[in-house]
Each structure stands twice: as C-alpha cells, then as structure tokens.
Design a protein around this ligand. Sequence first.
Ligand code: NAD
Length: 283
Amino acid sequence: MILTNTTVLGTGVLGSQIIFQTAYHGLPVVGYDISAEALDAANHRLDALVQNYADYFDSGDRAKAQAARDSIKLTTDLAQAVQDADLVIEAVPESLAIKQATYQALAAVAPQHTVFATNSSTLLPSDIAPFTGRPDKFLALHYANHVWQNNTGEVMGTSLTDADDYEAVVDFATRTGLEAIRVLKEQPGYLLNSLLVPFLEAASHLLVNGVADAATIDKTWKLGTGAPKGPFEIYDIVGLNTAYNISSQGDDTSKKFAELLKSQYIDQGKLGAATGEGFYKYN
Ligand code: NAD
C-alpha cells in the first residue's frame, strides 16, 4: 500500500514540523488540534517554517516552501481531519492519558484502511496499541526536532504490527525526505533518545546539584568533545515543556529539575528556542 493522504494530530513543536515536511515533499496533509487557539499557534509555526525550508533546501527562494505552506489544511474537527487519511501521525503531548483518549476518539472515526503512527518519544507503541482499535495497523514513526535537517525517521513496530504496514511506513518516511531507520525490536527511546535522554539527564543533575551552571556545562561538553551543541542548548531546541514532562517522571533529582524548569522558565512563557527564550535567548 502507498500511503499518500496524511493527517497529523497535534500541531505543536513536532506536529507542525511533521506537517510541513510532508507537505514540502508533495503529499496532501491535514493538521488537527483541539482548539482555535492551538491552530493560531500552528499557523504562526508553519509561517515561520517557510523560511527554514527555503534557506535549507532552496538557497532562500521561498516559492516551493510557500506553495507547500499554502497546501496545508488545519481543522479542529477530528472526523473531518481523518476522513481521507491513509496515514495518521500522532504528535499530541507526551502523556499516556492524553494519547489514550486521542486514539479512542480516532479509532471511532478513522477509515478502516488508515495506518496509525505515534511520534511518542518515550512511550512504547505496545503501551498505546490497546487503545487504537487496530493494533496490527499501529506502529511508531519517530521524528527528530528540526526535521528538515535532522531527518531521522525511526520506524518501530510491536509484535502485532503488520509487516506490510511497517514497510509502507518505511516507504512513506523515505518519500517524505527522511532517512528511515529500522528499529528491530521495541526499545524505549528508540536509538536516538536511548543515547540522548541519559546524556541530558546527567547534565540536569549536574545543574540541580549545584556542580556548575548551564553555560559552563555546555562549554565543557563542546570544548571537550567538539560537539556543536551542549545539553542545555539541546534542551532549548527540544522545548522545555517536553523536558518537563520527561523529567517529572524521573528520580528525585530529575523531579527537582522539572520544578526548576516550571518555576524559572515555563511559568514565564520561556519554553525554549521556539518562544525566543529558554536557557538562552534567541532572535
Ligand atoms: P507540544 O506541546 O509542542 O505540542 C502538542 C500539541 O498537541 C499542542 O498543539 C496541543 O494543543 C495538542 N494537543 C493537546 N491535546 C491534544 C489532543 N487531545 N488531540 C490533539 N492535539 C492535542 O509537544 P511536542 O514537543 O510537539 O511533542 C508532541 C509529541 O512528539 C510527543 O509525543 C513528544 O514525545 C514527541 N516528540 C517531541 C520531540 C521534541 O523535540 N519536542 C521530538 C520527537 C518527538
């Protein structure tokens, strides 16, 4: 099966990038979110992505990226959003309760042939599969942030995922400009986050324990390894809401980091690079 018509649930940091990436590679895509306010925010994100794609792929010429932007449809009506979908990619907040409610609502309205893929960073597809109503047509397709440039597409099924649907999602990933990464067995965090999350957690513990400040930790990592970014620069790109959700489920030191993120950044609207400020300030 060739997956063409695509619907993305959740139009936040990652959802808006997944929508744009799919549209830029010529596929019809609809974005769904829960409120008009969320769609307003999505429109701003999508407008900003035009320049990212133009700069990255077309030497600043906006024509192709703008045409992709103009092709994107957004709605708050779930049934309408998925009525023609071959593939639904879910990018709602990283909470099992929200994902469960989302899949139960989705299962009630999606066509029978539609394949569902979660972009969850930390949950296993097996945790979500029971709520999908079609565990054989459900798997994970995990994007990295700044998808136009960091274009991994980690494809991870469960023991129940149909092999043809798995291959169809590998093919979709390839046709939409991703380097499809086959994750051969279920692994919390796939390949990328199995490496990244412990690294970021170690940095957060150094900060919370008062061993060094964020800038010093970043500088040490970059100077010592030649890496282009330090852990707190990466936190700003990931987004501090997602960092909060992950840290608040960790050990006591991680929970302290979650409290710090909330009180010093999130409550002041400093959610990372996407809002212009997190640990660092951005234009
Ligand atoms: P986000 O908070 O930026 O966006 C979530 C969006 O979902 C918001 O627009 C919100 O309005 C919407 N939403 C809330 N409840 C909803 C519902 N019931 N139905 C539909 N939409 C709903 O979060 P994000 O960073 O884009 O993360 C989304 C998913 O992508 C998570 O599972 C996360 O683990 C994963 N992910 C995030 C990153 C990252 O770097 N931020 C990278 C890879 C994967």
